[in-house]
Design a protein around this ligand. Structure first.
Ligand code: ADP
Length: 487
C-alpha cells in the first residue's frame, strides 16, 4: 500500500495542549493511522506548552507579518508526534487556556489566531513548504475550518480536504468586516459561502467547502441534519449529505489501560476485577466519601456545561441519595454548576465529593474506582468518557443521544437475557429520565452476577482506534482516488 500523506490541523493535541476530547482524538489518530500507512503531520499553534516540549525543532519558514506580527513555521517532534508548529508570539504566547483569557472571555483576537493557523495549512497544502506535501488536509473543528474555504477560493492545485466536526455548537463566529483581512474574497460573503446571519462562520466555511465532512459518531451525523440538533446548520448540511459520514472515536488504549495505569491505586484486569475495590477505596478517600465498599459510587468526569446535562444531575441528587449511593465528581466549567456541586458537597459530606478543576490523574482514578459513570448529555457528538468507562469496568449510564447511543448497549431485558449489555441508556434526557436511570442502576447493582457480566462485556469491547483509523484511512484513500478520477 502506498503511503498517504495527511496534514492534520487542530488547535489542540494531547498531551501537549488539551481542553477536551478534540485533543484526545488529534493526539491518538496519528499513531493509529500509521498502522494504515497514513503518515500524519499535525499543524498546531505554538502555545507555550507546545513550544516547551518541541524536540528536533527546525524553523522552515519565517514571516515578517502574519496577521500583525512576525511568525515562524517550525517542524519538530514531541511525545512521538510529528509536528508543524506555528510560532507566532503575538497570537499564541500567552498563558492558560487556548481559547479564553483569565477573565473567561474569548481572546479578542481569536479570529486572527485561527485564521493564521488555517493560512499556514493552506501554504503547506499548496506545496509551498518543502519536505511535506500532503495528499489530504484533515481539518478539525472551527479553529481549522477556514482551510478548506481558503483553498477553494485560492484555486489551483490543492490536496483533498476533510472536515471533522467534533462539536457543532462551536461555530467560530466573527464580524463580517474581517473577511478580507483573514484572506477571503468579498464574493465568499454569501449564503453559499462563509456568511452566517450577517457574520462569518469559520465552521460553515469548512462545512461548505471541504470535499468530505465527518462527525464523530454515526448517530450524531444524522442528528445534525435535524433542526433540533443542527444548531442552525441543518439546512446547509442537508445539501451536503452525500459528503457526510460518521466515524466513531476510539481512545488511546495505552493511556487508558487499567492493567498498566500509573495513575490509579491498583492495576487490574478483567480476570481479577475484584482488584477494582482498592481503587474504589482510594477514590472514596480522595474525595472525602464514606469508605463503604458496598455502596454504589457514581462518578462524573466532565466539562460542567448545559451540553453535558449536569444541571439535570443537580436536580436528580435527591434520588441518588435516596438510593443510598455516593457521587464523586470531577469537572470545571460554568460558574453556576461549579457552585451548585460545591454546595451539594457541603450539604452532604461523605455522600457527595466534588473536585472542581482539571485533573488527569483523578479522571483515571474515577474510571477505575467508580461503579458507574454518569453522562446525562443533552447532545454528545461522540463522548470519550463512556469509552474509558467501558475499558475500566465502570458501568456507563448515558443519555440516549449521539455517540453515547452508538457505544453503550443498554441493559434492557433482552440484552440482559442474552448477556450482551454494557451499560444503561435513558431517554428522554431530563431530570425524570435521569432519576429513572439512577433507580435502574441501583437495582442492577444489587444483582452481582448481572453487574459483573456487564463489567466484563464492557472491558471486552474494542474501544481502541484500530477500527476508526481504518475507516478514516479508507475515507482518505477513496477521496484521493475520486479526485484523481475527476481530473
Ligand atoms: P468534550 O470534548 O465535549 O469535553 P469528551 O467526552 O469528548 O467531551 O472528552 C472529554 C475528555 O476530557 C475526556 O478525555 C475526559 O476524561 C477529559 N476531561 C473532562 N473533564 C475533565 C477534568 N475536569 N479533568 C480531567 N479530565 C477531564
Amino acid at each position: 500500500m502506498t503511503t498517504l500523506k495527511l496534514l492534520s490541523v487542530a488547535s489542540e493535541i494531547y498531551p501537549l495542549v488539551k481542553t477536551g476530547g478534540l485533543a484526545d482524538v488529534t493526539g491518538a489518530l496519528p499513531a493509529a493511522l500509521a498502522a494504515e500507512s497514513v503518515a500524519v503531520r499535525s499543524l498546531v499553534p505554538g502555545y507555550p506548552s507546545v513550544l516547551a516540549k518541541l524536540a528536533k525543532a527546525e524553523a522552515v519558514q519565517t514571516f515578517a507579518d502574519l496577521l500583525g506580527g512576525t511568525a515562524r513555521l517550525i517542524t519538530g517532534t514531541a511525545e512521538g508526534l510529528d509536528l508543524f508548529v506555528l510560532d507566532a508570539p503575538h497570537l499564541y504566547a500567552r498563558p492558560g487556556d487556548p481559547y479564553v483569557g483569565p477573565d473567561r472571555l474569548d481572546w479578542p483576537d481569536n479570529a486572527f489566531r485561527f485564521a493564521a493557523l488555517a493560512q499556514m495549512a493552506v501554504r503547506i497544502g499548496q506545496g509551498r513548504v518543502p519536505g511535506f506535501v500532503p495528499d489530504v488536509i484533515h481539518a478539525h473543528d472551527w479553529q481549522a475550518a477556514l482551510a478548506p474555504a481558503l483553498l477553494h477560493y485560492a484555486g489551483g492545485r490543492r490536496p483533498g480536504t476533510v472536515m471533522t466536526v467534533h462539536n457543532l455548537a462551536f461555530q467560530g463566529l466573527f464580524p463580517a468586516h474581517l473577511l478580507t483581512v483573514i484572506g477571503l474574497p468579498p464574493a465568499s460573503f454569501s449564503i453559499g459561502g462563509v456568511e452566517y446571519h450577517g457574520a462569518i462562520s469559520y465552521l460553515k466555511a469548512g462545512l461548505q467547502f471541504a470535499d468530505r465532512i465527518t462527525t464523530v459518531s454515526p448517530t450524531y451525523s444524522r442528528e445534525i441534519l435535524t433542526p433540533e440538533a443542527g444548531m442552525g446548520f441543518d439546512g446547509m448540511l442537508r445539501t451536503r449529505v452525500a459528503a457526510l459520514s460518521g466515524i466513531l472515536n476510539g481512545i488511546d488504549d495505552a493511556v487508558w489501560n487499567p492493567a498498566d495505569d500509573p495513575r490509579i491505586a491498583a492495576t487490574y484486569t478483567a480476570q481479577a476485577i475484584e482488584a477494582r475495590g482498592r481503587n474504589k477505596a482510594a477514590l472514596q478517600s480522595r474525595l472525602g466519601l464514606d469508605s463503604k465498599p458496598d455502596t454504589l459510587v457514581f462518578g462524573v468526569v466532565s466539562r460542567l456545561s448545559w451540553q453535558k446535562g449536569l444541571d439535570l444531575l443537580i436536580a436528580a441528587l435527591p434520588t441518588l441519595l435516596e438510593h443510598g449511593a455516593e457521587l464523586g465528581l470531577l469537572g470545571s466549567g460554568d460558574q453556576e454548576l461549579e457552585d451548585a456541586f460545591a454546595s451539594a458537597q457541603s450539604a452532604h459530606p461523605g455522600r457527595i465529593g466534588c473536585v472542581i478543576g482539571y485533573d488527569e490523574s483523578l479522571a483515571h482514578l474515577i474510571q477505575a474506582g467508580a461503579d458507574a459513570l454518569l453522562i446525562p448529555s443533552r447532545f454528545e457528538p461522540c463522548g470519550l468518557t463512556q469509552l474509558c468507562a467501558l475499558r475500566y469496568g465502570a458501568i456507563p449510564v448515558v443519555a440516549r443521544v449521539g455517540g453515547l447511543a452508538d457505544t453503550v448497549i443498554d441493559a434492557n431485558a433482552m440484552a440482559l437475557a442474552s448477556g450482551v449489555a454494557t451499560g444503561l441508556q435513558f431517554a428522554p434526557v431530563n431530570a425524570q429520565g435521569l432519576n429513572g436511570a439512577i433507580g435502574r442502576t441501583a437495582e442492577l447493582f444489587g444483582d452481582r452476577q448481572a453487574w459483573v457480566q456487564m463489567q466484563l462485556n464492557g472491558m471486552a469491547t474494542d474501544v481502541s482506534w484500530r477500527k476508526p483509523a481504518h475507516y478514516y484511512a479508507t475515507l482518505f484513500r477513496n477521496l484521493v482516488a475520486a479526485r484523481a478520477a475527476a481530473r
